[in-house]
Design a protein around this ligand. Structure first.
Ligand code: UT7
Length: 326
């Protein structure tokens, strides 16, 4: 069985920036509230003509160019997202077409904010079993098109963007080590888009009552996130045979700096071991881990030999982690 490794990484964010000051003009909020309650200062928003697939494609091209890989050598494209271009066909198929990855399979994966971790685990499984060798795992979201811009409880939190990793057989470094994949389905209604699926198909009423936007119980999700982030890091440490305080770096799903602060206090870990870029992008759900991982590498935050934990948590309620030995 071949071990899977991260061959290269990439990212793409739209150019348009929406600041907290811009939001002050749209809803009853303030830069002070958003900054102190979340840590977010601004987020990226797609412009006309940009879609989930264009973001995903740009992030994939970035990863392919770093690896010097021809798109025709890609065997599989996985797009983790809950904001696809369309429910049919899969965004991954559009990305395949745009890239010219003519020899690849293509599939979308719906596990909300934990989608990227699930995607990495699928890629590691494909490599281990020989089902596929060169796999693009992309996290891409256009949350701005599923946001109720009149709801201050949610609209200040989300942003658009994409991140990607090329996963392939290990050449001895940057190996994917352990995975934990979980879900607590009893909380499925705490974070959902009620309209647009087969339960509540689109109708004049569903549009007028904002059923097509993200609905969230922020307080409950906050509690869930803190407890699962702590638990996932304890699990990552247990699987590595070390104490949580010996985990070198964490690149978590980017939601709220207070979630990280609370989990750190419970674990006795320094917050400095956690890479955060949420002040620039907000919560980009399935895109947040690869977007942060790419920037953590560029910033020199991740060093050779580090054990790096990638924990995700969100809608479902799903949670999980992947660890990488850099
Ligand atoms: O990717 C996973 C999905 N999402 C998450 O993980 C989000 C997790 N949750 C959170 O990050 C936090 O719960 C929030 C940032 C969403 C909210 O922070 P909070 O400290 O839990 O605030 P709260 O919901 O308890 O609300 C406190 C007050 C309320 O006013 P009252 O009832 O105390 O008068 C809200 O109406 O803050 C009010 N509020 C706002 N005020 C100004 C809520 N949103 C805003 C806002 N601006 N944008």
């Amino acid at each position: 069985m071949s071990k899977a490794a991260v061959i290269s990484t990439g990212k793409y964010v739209p150019e348009k920036i929406l600041t907290n000051e811009d939001l002050e003009k749209m809803v009853d909020t303030s830069d002070e509230w958003i900054t102190t309650r979340t840590g977010i200062k601004e987020r990226r928003i797609v412009s006309d003509g940009e879609t989930n697939s264009t973001l995903a494609c740009n992030a994939a091209r970035d990863a392919l160019s770093e690896a010097g890989m021809d798109p025709r050598d890609i065997d599989m494209i996985i797009v983790a997202t809950f904001t696809p271009d369309r429910y049919l066909a899969a965004t991954a198929c559009k990305v395949q077409d745009m890239l010219g990855a003519v020899n690849s399979g293509a599939v979308d994966l719906a596990a909300a904010c934990t989608g990227y971790v699930y995607g990495l685990s699928m890629a590691a499984g494909y490599v281990a079993t020989g089902i596929a060798e060169n796999i693009l795992v992309i996290g891409s979201e256009v949350l701005s098109r599923f946001t109720n811009w009149k709801d201050r409880n949610t609209c200040v939190l989300f942003g658009d963007g994409a991140g990607a990793m090329l996963i392939g057989p290990s050449q001895g470094k940057h190996e994917l080590e352990d995975f934990v994949l979980k879900s607590d389905g009893s909380g499925w209604e705490l974070l959902s888009i009620p309209g647009g699926g087969s339960e509540n198909p689109p109708s004049l009423e569903s549009v007028s009552t904002d059923l097509h936007a993200i609905h969230m119980n922020g307080r409950e999700i906050f509690k869930f996130a803190v407890s699962k982030l702590e638990w996932l890091i304890r699990e990552a440490a247990r699987l590595q045979g070390v104490e949580p305080t010996e985990i070198d770096k964490v690149v978590p799903h980017q939601v709220n700096y207070r979630i990280v602060k609370s989990a750190c206090a419970r674990l006795g870990m320094e917050p400095e071991r956690f890479f955060l870029n949420l002040e620039k992008y907000g919560n980009t759900s399935g895109a947040s881990i690869p977007l942060a991982f790419d920037e953590a590498l560029d910033a020199g935050f991740i060093e050779d030999g580090d054990i790096v934990v990638l924990p995700g948590f969100g809608g479902g309620l799903t949670y999980g982690m992947a660890s990488v030995r850099w």
